[in-house]
Write a protein that binds this ligand. Structure first.
Ligand code: DP6
Length: 378
């Protein structure tokens, strides 16, 4: 029996992937750029074993059995890695051996944070380690077929997923723009928002967008290419101002496209909008762009902020949007908080208290991080 265990990180898009030109191969209509998050805070951890005695491929996710052979995306990843192994010629055991896969996410599913990117990146990376394959562009084309955004989690730092133009997807690859060490003080606060409503998942939402939004193609063809260029230059120069502006405009454009979808996909809720307003007010109060929000297909806010600005921002957030624990009180001691008020009526008019349904569930403090790592090999 042979085994490998690896961890892979989550990534958060700055320029968003939204819309496919080929559903099966998961080919996007536009380029996207992301930042990989520190795997110590949030990661997928996967162990894969291959043995002559296994009767069938099997998988467990967070301890629960997942139907494997019926899952087209999982099978495409396995077959893709098999194809590479065959072409590579060097594998230590027959490809006919079945695999057992056990995967865990170390972050609470209640956080509603996309786990598919880390999950599929970890699956493909661990398979590659098991079959002794290198991490390269071709491997990213396989992770992409598990979940589009997963191809970006194969690298650390800042990553560019190029849409490509080939119909077989061979040039739709992820490449690293800069490693985490390039901008090591780039941190992130994830504000986990209470949310009861059912949401349309990304896959479905973007499918509907491509079918019904009249803005989506204009965005993909005319707007994204320049944004990617500008963002790459901002990352290169560690220019937080430009980085922040592009990031917030991108998030707003994604959600504008979602509203232009018919029927509309509404991912942000009242608290999400209040957080976006808060960030603009905060930046204005500080006299500089010190925080940038981005929202994916859900209500949680991800705030990019430089390490040196975290304590002040965190203190201001905890005043404006208390969470249900009292940890914030201790944290606030001695930190000067700028007077940023939540303006949109999330507080009860009579008591001035924040309505319980508008409280944050919790806040995750994380930062830029490295790509997948192998933990063990047997
Ligand atoms: C809003 O990668 O989850 O997070 O390819 O259908 O699996 P599929 O979609 P997925 O979509 C991610 C959408 C997004 C933006 C992004 O990560 O770029």
């Amino acid at each position: 029996m042979f085994s490998a265990t690896c961890v892979a990180p989550v990534n958060m898009a700055l320029v968003k992937y939204w819309g496919k030109r080929n559903e099966e191969l998961i080919l996007p209509i536009n380029d996207s750029v992301s930042m990989t998050l520190d795997a110590n805070e949030m990661c997928a951890k996967t162990t894969i074993s291959a043995s002559e005695s296994f009767k069938q491929n099997r998988m467990w996710l967070n301890g629960d059995v997942v139907p494997f052979e019926e899952n087209a995306r999982l099978m495409r990843c396995l077959e893709g890695v098999h194809r590479l192994a065959l072409a590579n010629g060097a594998h230590k055991f027959p490809l006919s051996w079945k695999v057992h896969i056990a995967s865990y996410n170390n972050f609470p599913t209640a956080a509603g944070l996309a786990s598919s990117a880390a999950g599929y990146a970890c699956l493909v990376y661990t398979l590659a380690r098991l079959y002794d394959l290198p991490l390269n562009e071709e491997l990213t084309t396989i992770a992409r077929q598990g979940s589009g955004s997963a191809c970006r989690s194969l690298y650390g730092g800042f990553v560019h997923w190029q849409r490509g133009s080939a119909s077989d997807g061979s040039d739709s690859i992820a490449v690293q723009l800069a490693p985490a060490e390039h901008w090591p003080n780039m941190h992130m606060l994830i504000l986990v928002v209470n949310d009861a409503r059912k949401k349309t998942g990304s896959t479905k939402g973007m499918q509907l967008g491509v079918k019904t939004s009249s803005l989506i193609q204009h965005r993909a063809k005319e707007l994204v290419p320049q944004r990617v260029k500008d963002l790459m230059a901002a990352i290169d120069a560690r220019d937080f101002d430009t980085f922040a502006e592009i990031t917030m405009k991108e998030s707003n454009q994604l959600h504008a496209i979602c509203l232009d979808t018919y029927p509309p996909c509404v991912y942000m809720n009242d608290v999400s909008h209040a957080i976006a307003n808060f960030v603009h007010d905060y930046n204005e109060t500080m006299g500089a762009l010190q925080a940038a929000y981005t929202f994916d297909a859900g209500p949680n806010a991800c705030l990019y902020v430089l390490a040196e600005n975290v304590p002040r921002l965190l203190a201001a957030i905890q005043l404006a949007f208390p969470n249900d624990s009292s940890q914030s009180v201790e944290y606030l001691k001695g930190i000067p908080v700028p007077p940023v008020e939540v303006k949109n009526g999330l507080r009860d008019a009579a008591t001035g208290h924040v309505n319980a349904k508008n409280m944050l569930k919790y806040i995750i403090h994380t930062k830029i991080g490295a790509g997948p790592q192998q933990l063990s090999e047997e």
